[in-house]
Design a protein around this ligand. Sequence first.
Ligand SMILES: NC(=O)c1ccc[n+]([C@@H]2O[C@H](COP(=O)([O-])OP(=O)(O)OC[C@H]3O[C@@H](n4cnc5c(N)ncnc54)[C@H](OP(=O)(O)O)[C@@H]3O)[C@@H](O)[C@H]2O)c1
Length: 257
Amino acid sequence: MESLRGKIVFITGASSGIGQATARAFAQQGARLLLCARRQEKLTAFAAELDAAEDVFTFRLDVRDRTAVEETLANLPEEWKAMDILVNNAGLSRGLNKLYEDDPQNWEEMLDTNVKGLLYVTRAIVPGMVERGRGHVINLGSTAGNQTYAKGTVYCASKAAEKVISEGLKLDLMGTPVRVTTVDPGMVETAFSEVRFHGNKDKAAKVYENLTPLEPEDVADAIVWAATRPPRVNIHSILLTSIDQANSNVVHRRVAS
Ligand SMILES: NC(=O)c1ccc[n+]([C@@H]2O[C@H](COP(=O)([O-])OP(=O)(O)OC[C@H]3O[C@@H](n4cnc5c(N)ncnc54)[C@H](OP(=O)(O)O)[C@@H]3O)[C@@H](O)[C@H]2O)c1
């Protein structure tokens, strides 16, 4: 297992869910954390909780804003610039509607965040990795990128795009030691469904009713595992679901007694 001690890990979308669990998992391995999201107050509270203030740097960033991504990442403090690992985690789903009835605003948010945001951050960080001769890009995909589900077309399309972008980036990085991994979870119980349903907690709770979903820590574990393989190994993809899920469309719900 490769040591992560002192490595700089940049995680987008670290104010919640999988991003936070991943930050915790890397912190436990002695990594230094660069964390961003739109809600700075959540990042500040989370960093305090991590109790390793000198090894954590948080900043507000909306990955949809290309200029902000370019300027903020170019102007990070010198001691934080040489990133070893980028976890492109910031993402969301909006709505669960038939494509031909959906609000295009939902599409803009998903595509701007999950696809264009990931591209902007990748474009800003990877040249430095190539120049330094080390680096690892870990993108958050989904079972949704591997199999489409009804009423989720645009979210699925955004994660299918993430899968293709991960493959293409790996191709373009051939001849360099920079690694690329996509980690594709099934249902994980986070704020994800609440965000999808615009804050409707009851609707969100129904998604996980009578089944065991993955926990964010399970995904963090897969990410850290990929990051700690020997430098000669590139883990291309990890597809993981809970025991109650087979793919995007098949879940097992226990009958309530
Ligand atoms: N939960 C699941 O079932 C599941 C399954 C497969 C894949 N995923 C993927 O896993 C990733 C994390 O999701 P999660 O489940 O942990 O959901 P979550 O708890 O809602 O966390 C999403 C994170 O993304 C950040 N984010 C959203 N829009 C952003 C933007 N424009 N700029 C910067 N940060 C932004 C949010 O922070 P702010 O709101 O503070 O900006 C938050 O920290 C996403 O890419 C998601 O698609 C989730």
